[in-house]
Design a binder for this molecule. Sequence first.
Ligand code: ZN
Length: 610
Amino acid sequence: MKYSQLFIQTLREVPSEAVIASHRLMLRSGMMRKIANGLFAYLPLGLRSFRKIENIIREEMEYIGSREIKPTVVIPAALWKESGRWHTMGESMLRVKNRLNDEFVVSPTAEEVATSIVKGELSSYKQLPVSIFQINTKYRDEIRPRYGVMRGREFVMKDAYSFHRNDSCLDAHYQAMGDAYRRVFSRCGLSVIAVKADSGAMGGDGSEEFMVESEIGDNTLLVCKECSIAANVEKAACKDDFSPAPDSVLTKNLPEVSKIDTPDAKTIPELCNFLKTDAKKFIKTLIYRAANVELDLKEASNGWAFKAEKRGSGLVYPEAFFAVCIRGDLDVNEVKLAAALKASEAALASDDDVMRITGAPVGFAGPVGLGSVPVIADKTVKYLYGGICGALEKDKHFINVEYGRDYKPFIVADLRTVKAGDACPVCGGVLYEKKGNELGHIFKLGFKYTKSMNVTYLDENGKAQTPIMGTYGIGVDRTLASVIEEHHDEAGIIWPMTVAPFHVHIVPVKYDGSVKEAADELAAQFNALNVETLLDDRPERPGVKFNDADLIGIPYRITIGEKNLGQNVPLVEVKKRTEKEAHTVPLKDCAAKIAEEVRLELAAFKTSAL
Ligand SMILES: [Zn+2]
């Protein structure tokens, strides 16, 4: 293709808001332009790489037996009400009305529509498993879009959904998806870190996130120096560092709980100072408000005044309060807490709510005698002997508090925030922090949508059964931006062959006379060999063309000049974007030689048996 026909304008300067390399280079190289905050248009050069990434993903999905569909982007609100997510997705979901006042959602994700499509087609066990995917536009109304397409509002996502008869079938497809994702990222030239992730608003167990390391990453990862296991801090499990009580404690009669005066001491450091003790002796108790709780609170309800609503097939508490106990030196992880409560979110209750629930100002909550809300305990307090906690009265605390004797939690779970420096849960090594950006996510969803949306099939005995489901996403724009983040230098992008907009960039020093003739002929030879070629036919100075070639970053640059052409054996200069030095090649051998190198580079990444 001729440069003059590509509709491309490179920029010397970039807007100051472009603070990361991919954002800067995508604007400077003319790959894309900003339409509005968080909204970008791809121009021809950018779209070529974008389509290559889409195609790599498409090939790998088809290879593992997932089939492409194309649902609409605008989805009826009714489907989201059926699944219950109409109430839980929050403000990031764009809701619109048509002229008849019907409500719709602009897809932020597509579990609902995929489930409803499968529901319409599925009747017999013989049709299972089913795996479908789309590569389609999504919209999320980010509060603060930034970093170009890395965190935009509209983006393209590959999302796949699978439906199975049983866990083992789902497990096998989940594994195949994970392998396909590893191949996708490797073919794009990306180094990814696979981490166990929190499932967020998705609900369910068993998930893996594919992250790239990034200074501006919105995920904090904890990585073990010893065994290199990685986890998202939101869900990182902790190594148990508590131990059963020494026999001396268990065998002797434990002293009764007693209430003591703690004037002017309500924070743990103040209390440690006042009581001359350690933070590890405290049963830190915090009052949390949780939204959309699906945990069954009925059974153990002793007067908890939470209103339940019927949503889908189960009961949901739109609002409920909990007292959360954790050892005094540790912090509660709100994502783990929300997961333990099966809630969409959990956050500290307001001071007024604390007063109403505990009968005391903030700082004096404790599990002993607290009947107004369920007590949820981190595992650490179970092994805390002779503990100290608030006495539900201003300036009073209890001492000698024993788990099981003086209070009994409604549930006990791992709720603690793991930090850099903590021990690795697998090998005991030290964890350190990295920032990461999520490119992909695979996730065993369970029955969340198939149950709430009432999907069934008939088994061999003619009995109705509910299929189990998995969901799998990759952000295409983010993947593209991440390739640039990983492959660039001061001068511009350094494309991996697989996703480069073109394979070869021909730069005639002056597009005229014998040079023009040689350049046109060489481009024709490359075209015949299926090598994608950009020919810089502009009447620009060589320096300008070389700078643009470095900026655009096509893997091979071939320079044609009069002097080299005038040799006994006419020569051209070949320079790989990854290398500093150029070398000369006889013009007559150039096309065949480079076509072979391009072919080998592309073949190295091809998934076999496609
Ligand atoms: Zn480890």
